[in-house]
Design a protein around this ligand. Structure first.
Ligand code: ADP
Ligand code: PEP
Length: 318
């Protein structure tokens, strides 16, 4: 079984990475929504030096995200926020597609705003669920199809240098169907990197419904519960996870379970009973891999989190 962490400011130090490897981490993911491969040469050197064999890059793909902010923005419930020109930067395609009444979940649903006015270059929104909005956080526009290409210009640049950077797998967000996978395969071939494995992230209902048409074209399916949880009431997410797991088992395709596996460990050295049960159950369901995200990238206890992930999974495997 594979155990992945996500590299980020909290763990990008040689001693911490070394400790995570000793705890059983077999690979690491770099989320390129927060910066291109070329800007992470120091992290790449650390990954090599720690002897981490598998390096996954998570592309931008069709995912919608807030742009880069000079500083975090406090969104106060009931107040107004402008997304787009002269406001919080966001994709132009979203501004074009959204109409008044549209709900927008930000940062994996932690924040919620509703469009009250759709101007040609900006959306004026009311904050429904407030909090602090940081750079590059996710946007989910419920029920709205926002046209976007499979790969951004930056994704193509990243793929060109992936092989020389030691990348072994590419994660494609928000896979919508066979065409997205074929486009990524083509881009990898063009980059001379046809042997890099493809991880298809299932992050919305379009991806759930389309899985049968592309499951045999990918190397691993990723049950990406952060964004997927925005696509349904949260109490339905476990059923969806079980159904996706069963579909992968039936097709004989490996799958990964990811996101909030040890979320409380972002701020505490010991996980909850519910979190270790979640990991144990994912392994019993047949997951080929499990991955930590914010726990290792931005949390206070990246080494301890990796240790709990690996030990709990190994107990389930024993
Ligand atoms: N390459 C990076 N550079 C700087 N910060 C990062 C990077 N990768 C991750 N982070 C930080 O760690 C957090 C958790 O990582 P991840 O779960 O991959 O991001 P997100 O939830 O934004 O998709 C990010 O929101 C960001 O604050
Ligand atoms: C892993 C996920 O993707 P991201 O970190 O881009 O939110 C997820 O949505 O579960």
């Amino acid at each position: 079984m594979d155990f992945y962490g996500t590299i980020g400011p909290a763990c990008a130090q040689p001693a911490i990475l070394q400790h995570m490897v000793e705890a059983g981490m077999t690979g690491i993911r770099m989320n390129l929504s927060h910066g291109p491969l070329a800007a992470h040469t120091d992290w790449l050197a650390m990954i090599r030096a720690a002897g981490i064999r598998q390096l996954l890059i998570d592309l931008q793909g069709p995912e919608l995200r807030i742009g880069t902010l000079a500083e975090p923005v406090a969104l106060v419930e009931g107040s107004s926020v402008r997304l787009g020109a002269d406001g919080v930067p966001c994709p132009a395609a979203l501004v074009q597609a959204a109409a008044p009444g549209q709900q927008l979940l930000l940062d994996d649903g932690k924040l919620l705003v509703q469009v009250t006015q759709a101007l040609p270059e900006a959306l004026v929104c009311t904050v429904v669920r407030g909090g602090t909005l940081q750079s590059r956080k996710s946007i989910a526009a419920l029920g709205l199809a926002v046209p976007s290409p499979t790969l951004t210009e930056e994704d193509l640049q990243n793929l060109k240098i992936a092989k020389q950077c030691g990348v072994t797998g590419v994660m494609l967000p928000f896979v919508r169907g066979k065409a997205d996978i074929l486009a990524l395969r083509h881009a990898l071939e063009e980059a001379g990197a046809a042997d890099i494995r493809i991880f298809a992230k299932i992050e919305n209902m379009t991806g759930v419904r389309a899985l049968p048409e592309f499951i045999h074209l990918v190397d691993e399916v990723v049950i990406a519960r952060g964004d997927l949880g925005n696509a349904m009431p949260l109490w339905e997410l476990p059923r969806c996870q079980k159904q996706l797991s069963a579909a992968c088992r039936a097709a004989g395709v490996p799958f990964m379970v990811v996101t909030q596996m040890l979320d409380s460990m972002c701020t505490r050295a010991v996980p909850t009973r519910a979190e270790v049960s979640d990991i144990y159950n994912a392994v019993l369901d047949g997951a080929a891999s499990v991955m930590l995200t914010g726990e290792t990238a931005a949390g206070q206890y990246p080494m301890q989190a990796m240790e709990y992930l690996v030990r709990t999974a190994q107990t389930a495997l024993a």
